[in-house]
Design a protein around this ligand. Structure first.
Ligand code: CTP
Length: 403
């Protein structure tokens, strides 16, 4: 899966002959799973039609400050468009537009959108070879780079003028892979390996029965997705759940019992940089598992239970470089209990869930957490979706790793 999947890509088209190639570029972005919107300079419509790009991007294309079709004075909101984008790619980027952007000129919708965008901005210049080498173009590139914008270098080849040299816009495929590589290289968890445990464990009573719990696994799966989106290679060890994930950087290791989870966690832990144990592991399991289905005979049945191994504590004992995170689900004396677990299990960070908070805990779409680090710094978060909580947790981990 491409790193661009699910991302909002704003394509800015300016008036160069290479604009005809933006039809392919939009298709490649869509194929990568991105949502695409296009903003054009008025002159670029001579090279490619808004209808073509609107059809391919499945979104209306704008090129003026007011609604183009109905001419009814309805404003095309450049601020909204700029804030919507995760990435803004200006392709082709003409000398004229780049010079205007470098100097804050804002006399069309695309230029205004550029000034409103907070996301990374990429330029794929396209111009004749002498224009590309001109000191004023080089000055524009430099100035744009000083604003942290990124130039996708033009390539050499035959130009619209018939001359041969540097100035050809990078091919659409090259633009897409440039963008993918650049994003991957700037992700905060690139080259990091993250292990997660998720979901419940089932402890067999006999061949058809087990002791389990209501954990949905949702929090662990959201953590896995967040880690992968931040560039990590992820091992997701999960008990039985209905959660699904499809991401090339996430390897799912399905397990059933606490012992299976223990074995898998110990198999992978050595090579990990970060481990987050969010599974609701059974604390006890039947001491003897019946090999045949237990028949109902007496009015009562007594099961003898024995403790499972504490996976988190066992990893705390052997950890070296790993950043180890545990969860604590508490109903009373929450902060003190969580701090106690952090120390006892030798963790770097603990995520406290209080069952007293509405909207937190098992089988919910939301969660409310408090993070406690080894220095006992306490950060309390608002009630959020589990996907957002996962990002909060990783932001805190990244901050601590780089501290
Ligand atoms: N955990 C684990 N293995 C177990 C039990 C728990 O890895 N056998 C992990 C959980 O994944 C979680 C953390 O330990 O990250 C806290 O679990 P919790 O059940 O809240 O704490 P316990 O230490 O088991 O204490 P208690 O049940 O008494 O509150």
């Amino acid at each position: 899966m491409s790193i661009l999947s699910g991302k909002n890509i704003l394509l800015g088209v300016t008036a160069g002959i290479a604009a005809y190639k933006t039809a392919s570029l939009v298709r490649l972005f869509i194929k990568a799973g991105a949502d695409v919107k296009v903003v054009m300079t008025p002159a670029s419509k001579d090279f490619v039609t808004p209808l073509t790009l609107a059809t391919l991007s499945k979104n209306p294309v704008h090129y003026s400050f007011t609604n183009e079709e109905e001419d009814n004075g309805v404003w095309n909101n450049h601020v909204e468009l700029g804030l919507w984008a995760d990435y803004f790619i200006v392709a082709p980027a003409t000398a004229n537009t780049m010079s205007k952007m470098a100097n804050g000129v804002c006399d069309n919708l695309l230029l205004a959108t550029y000034l409103s965008a907070k996301c990374p901005v990429y330029f794929a210049p396209a111009m004749d070879l002498d224009m590309y080498k001109h000191p004023s173009s080089l000055a524009s590139f430099k100035k744009l780079e000083s604003y942290n914008n990124i130039i996708i270098p033009a390539t050499s080849g035959e130009l619209a003028s018939g001359l041969i040299g540097e100035g050809r816009m990078a091919e659409p495929e090259e633009i897409v892979s440039f963008l993918e590589n650049d994003i991957l290289n700037t992700l905060p968890l690139r080259n990091k390996k993250v292990m997660l445990t998720a979901g419940p464990t089932y402890e067999a009573i006999d061949p058809v029965r087990f002791i389990g719990n209501h954990s949905s696994g949702k929090m662990g799966f959201e953590l896995a997705k967040a880690a992968a989106n931040l560039g990590a290679e992820v091992i997701l060890i999960t008990g039985p759940t209905h959660q699904k994930v499809a991401h090339s950087s996430i390897q799912v290791v399905p397990v059933i019992s606490a012992q299976d989870m223990y074995d898998a966690a110990h198999q992978y832990f050595k090579n990990m940089d970060i481990a987050i144990l969010s599974a609701a592991v059974a604390d006890y399991k039947p001491k003897n598992v019946a090999t045949q289905k237990i028949k109902k005979k007496d009015t009562t049945l007594t099961l003898e239970l024995e403790k499972t191994k504490d996976i988190l504590a066992s990893l705390g004992q052997i950890k070296e470089k790993q950043f180890l995170v545990g969860f604590a689900l508490e109903t009373n004396n929450e902060l003190e209990n969580a701090k106690g677990k952090l120390k006892k299990k030798n963790l770097n960070l603990i995520v406290l869930n209080s069952l007293n908070d509405k909207g937190a805990g098992f089988k919910k779409e939301t969660n409310k957490v408090t993070l406690i680090d080894v220095k006992e710094n306490i950060t309390e978060y608002a009630l959020k979706s589990k996907a957002e909580v996962a990002i909060d947790i990783f932001n805190q981990i990244i901050k601590q790793i780089h501290a």
